[in-house]
Unconditional design. Structure first.
Length: 172
């Protein structure tokens, strides 16, 4: 089965409440909504009499007005810190070898970067090369934190349902 999906996201705006360093103007405390839209194209398949499962997907997410909690002086404040793009791909495989033994392999690639940032925003010092620098952005801007470039995993285990199905088939 293949699929194509599109989704829209919205996070409501609001205001920052500071207890340690009060904000004198209500307008300075306000931040705007955050918007996102995501496209995903994928494939899900079961092969070899349901012993091999292979799923894959590629996706693209566009963020406008990302809300971040940024430290200003001694107080954290919420701001619309910039716009970002996230491009990625994922693959998942499961193979039932025999006797219920199951092997799993997964992997993902993520390219998450800001396309524009709020001037003067106190971003962490981690910096990355942009995928596509443009005239309206810096050549080197902050990366999106907690977004690993590659994330592989592997596992092995028992699949009790497959083991019991084989016993029933053998007993017929």
């Amino acid at each position: 089965m293949s699929y194509l999906s599109w989704g829209k996201g919205f996070k409501e705006g609001g205001w920052t409440t500071r207890l340690s360093a009060p904000i004198t103007s209500p307008a300075d405390a306000r931040f705007q909504p955050e918007y996102s839209s995501t496209f995903e194209l994928g494939l899900k398949s079961e092969l070899l009499d349901h012993h091999l499962l292979v799923n894959g997907a590629v996706y693209y997410t566009k963020y406008d007005g990302i809300q971040l909690n940024i430290q200003e002086g001694i107080s954290p404040v919420y701001v619309n810190a910039g716009d970002a793009r996230i491009k990625g791909a994922e693959i998942e495989t499961q193979y039932i070898v025999g006797g219920g033994l199951q092997l799993n392999l997964t992997g993902s690639f993520i390219n998450a970067y800001y396309v524009s940032t709020l001037p003067g925003a106190n971003f962490p010092s981690t910096r990355c090369r942009m995928a596509r620098p443009s005239a309206r952005t810096e050549a080197s801007i902050p990366s999106i934190r907690r977004s690993p470039r590659f994330a592989p995993s592997k596992a092995m285990g028992r699949h009790p349902r497959m083991r019991s199905c084989r016993r029933r088939r053998a007993g017929k």
